[in-house]
Design a protein around this ligand. Structure first.
Ligand SMILES: *[C@@H]1O[C@H](CO)[C@@H](O)[C@H](O)[C@H]1NC(C)=O
Ligand SMILES: *[C@@H]1O[C@H](CO)[C@@H](O)[C@H](O)[C@H]1NC(C)=O
Ligand SMILES: *[C@@H]1O[C@H](CO)[C@@H](O)[C@H](O)[C@H]1NC(C)=O
Ligand SMILES: *[C@@H]1O[C@H](CO)[C@@H](O)[C@H](O)[C@H]1NC(C)=O
Length: 444
C-alpha cells in the first residue's frame, strides 16, 4: 500500500494538469483568438469605378459599404444620415490618448442634442472625401469594428476591434461617392488608418496587400497581415512579389493637410519609363520627390486612371503612338477623357489583354521593372475603339506620376510598412489567375 500511494498521487496530479491544460486551451480559443491575418472583399462600382469594401461596425453590427482609399488618413463614416445607431459608440474626449493618435486635432463642442457626431469636449480631426478632394472637420469616436480573419485561403471566424477609431462625417460628403456608400476606408500610413489599427489590435506586422478587380462582376481582395495570399487555383501570390522601396514624401498632397504635414500616401521611385523599345527622355527633376513635396510617383485607388504631368504625358503618348504605328495599329479620334485612341482592327486580344507595346517602369535598378501590359494600359470604348488609359494632369500637378486604379487592377500589391517596401506581382493574368480568384466561401 505504501508503495502504491505515490503513484496514485502522481496520476492525480497529471490528471489535474491535463484538465487545467484543456481548460486553458479552450478559454484561450474563446477569449483571445489571435488571427494571423484578416481579409476584406473589394468590388468595383459599375457606375463610378470606385473600389468599395464591406465591413461591419457598431452594436448591433451594421454592414457598411465604403470607398477604399489607399492613401487615406482617417476612417470616416457619415453619422447624420443614415442615422448612426449603436450602443457601443464612444466619443473621444479632448486630451485623451485616442485623440493624441490623430494629427492636428482640436477640441470641439456641439449645441444640438448629444449623438455620434455631436458631443461636447470632443476631439475633432479633419476628414477628406478624397475622390473629389473635399475636406471637412468631424468628431473622433470609437466603436466596434468586425471583419473576418483568414488563413490566406478562405475567410474564417469574425474578429472585432472593440474601440476602433473613426471620424464622424456628414451625408453631404457622400454625394460624389457610389450609391449606398456611407464613408471611406483609409489604407494610408497614419497611426489611425485601418492597417495600423488592425496591426496594433491583433499584434501582426504592419503589412497589407490589395488586389483590385477589373470588373463589377468579380470580387477582389484586401489582406491585412502576412501571407499566404492564396488565389485559386491555389497560388500563394505572396511568394512571387518583386520589391521596391517605399518612399516618403515630407509634404502631404492631401487637400485636408495642414502646413508642413508629411504625406501618408505611398510613393515609389520610378527612374525611367520605356514604351515598347523606346526609352523616354524625361525631365528627371519631376521624377524625384523634392523637399517641398512636389514630384515623384504615387499609387492611388481614388484616381481612376494614371495621371501624368504634361511633359511626361507628351513624351509617353508620342512614344506609344509611334510604337503602335510600327505595329500597323491605326490611331483614331480622341474619346474623353482619353487623348490617344486606336482602331481595334490590328490589335489581337490575349490573356494579358490587347497586344500593344508594353510599358516598363524601371524602379530602383534596371532589374526591377513594373511591366504594364494591354490589360492595364488599354480601355475598351466599344468594339472598334481602344484608348490608352492615361490622362494629362497639366503642368502644375503636385505629383508627376499618379498610378491610378485601372493600372493596379489584377495586380497584387503589398505594402510592408515595417520594412518600408512595396511588393508587386505584375499582372496576375500572366499567371493564370486574377484578383477575382480569392475563395470567399467562409470556413468559420
Ligand atoms: C454642450 O454644452 C452646452 C453648454 O453647456 C450645452 O448647451 C449643450 O447642450 C451641450 N451639448 C451637448 C451635445 O451635450
Ligand atoms: C524640369 O522640371 C522642373 C520642375 O518642374 C523645371 O523647373 C525645369 O525647368 C525642367 N527642366 C527642363 C529641362 O525642362
Ligand atoms: C504593316 O503593314 C505593311 C503593309 O501592309 C506590311 O508590309 C508590314 O509587314 C506590316 N507590319 C506589321 C508589323 O504587321
Ligand atoms: C472554396 O473553399 C471551400 C471551403 O474550404 C471549398 O469547399 C471549395 O472547394 C473551395 N472552392 C474551390 C473552387 O476550390
Amino acid at each position: 500500500m505504501a508503495m502504491a500511494s505515490p503513484s496514485v498521487n502522481s496520476h492525480n496530479v497529471l490528471f489535474i494538469f491535463s484538465l487545467l491544460f484543456v481548460f486553458l486551451l479552450s478559454s484561450l480559443a474563446q477569449q483571445s483568438f489571435r488571427p494571423k491575418a484578416l481579409v476584406l472583399p473589394v468590388a468595383k462600382d459599375g457606375r463610378t469605378s470606385q473600389y468599395l469594401t464591406r465591413i461591419h461596425q457598431r452594436t448591433p453590427p451594421v454592414p457598411l459599404s465604403l470607398v477604399v482609399d489607399l492613401g487615406g488618413r482617417h476612417f470616416w463614416v457619415a453619422c447624420d444620415k443614415p442615422k448612426y445607431i449603436s450602443s457601443t459608440f464612444r466619443p473621444s474626449r479632448c486630451g485623451s490618448a485616442q485623440c493624441a493618435l490623430g494629427t492636428h486635432s482640436y477640441c470641439g463642442g456641439c449645441n444640438g442634442s448629444p449623438a455620434p457626431g455631436c458631443n461636447n469636449n470632443t476631439c475633432v480631426l479633419s476628414g477628406e472625401e478624397t475622390v473629389t478632394r473635399v475636406d471637412f472637420n468631424g468628431d473622433l469616436g470609437s466603436d466596434v469594428l468586425s471583419l473576418p480573419s483568414t488563413d490566406g485561403s478562405n475567410p474564417g471566424r469574425m474578429v472585432s476591434v472593440p474601440q476602433f477609431l473613426f471620424v464622424c462625417g456628414y451625408d453631404l460628403q457622400l454625394e460624389r461617392l457610389a450609391s449606398g456608400v456611407t464613408g471611406m476606408v483609409p489604407l494610408g500610413s497614419t497611426n489611425i488608418a485601418l492597417p495600423a489599427q488592425l496591426s496594433s489590435a491583433f499584434g501582426f506586422p504592419r503589412k497589407f496587400a490589395i488586389c483590385l478587380p477589373s470588373s463589377a462582376t468579380s470580387s477582389g481582395v484586401i489582406f491585412f497581415g502576412d501571407g499566404p495570399y492564396n488565389l485559386l487555383p491555389n497560388i500563394d501570390e505572396s511568394q512571387s512579389l518583386t520589391y521596391t522601396p517605399l518612399l516618403s514624401n515630407p509634404i502631404s498632397t492631401s487637400a485636408a493637410a495642414f502646413v508642413g504635414e508629411p504625406s501618408y500616401e505611398y510613393f515609389i521611385g520610378v527612374k525611367s519609363i520605356t514604351v515598347g523599345d523606346k526609352l523616354l527622355s524625361l525631365n528627371s527633376t519631376l521624377l524625384t520627390i523634392k523637399s517641398n513635396g512636389l514630384g515623384g510617383t504615387k499609387l492611388s485607388t481614388v484616381n481612376r486612371y494614371t495621371v501624368l504631368e504634361t511633359s511626361i504625358f507628351a513624351a509617353f503618348t508620342k512614344a506609344f503612338i509611334s510604337e503602335a504605328a510600327a505595329r500597323n495599329i491605326t490611331r483614331v479620334g480622341a474619346v474623353r477623357p482619353f487623348e490617344v485612341c486606336f482602331s481595334s482592327k490590328n490589335i489581337p486580344g490575349t490573356r494579358v489583354g490587347p497586344v500593344v507595346p508594353h510599358i516598363y517602369l524601371t524602379l530602383q535598378n534596371k532589374d526591377t521593372i513594373w511591366t504594364i501590359t494591354g490589360s492595364n494600359s488599354m480601355v475598351q470604348i466599344n468594339n472598334d475603339v481602344l484608348c490608352l488609359g492615361v490622362v494629362d494632369g497639366g503642368p502644375y500637378v503636385q505629383t508627376a506620376i499618379v498610378i491610378g486604379g485601372y493600372q493596379l487592377e489584377n495586380n497584387l500589391i503589398q505594402f510592408d510598412l515595417a520594412r518600408s517596401r512595396v511588393g508587386f506581382s505584375n499582372t496576375l493574368l500572366g499567371r493564370q489567375t486574377t484578383c477575382g480568384n480569392f475563395n470567399f466561401t467562409s470556413t468559420a
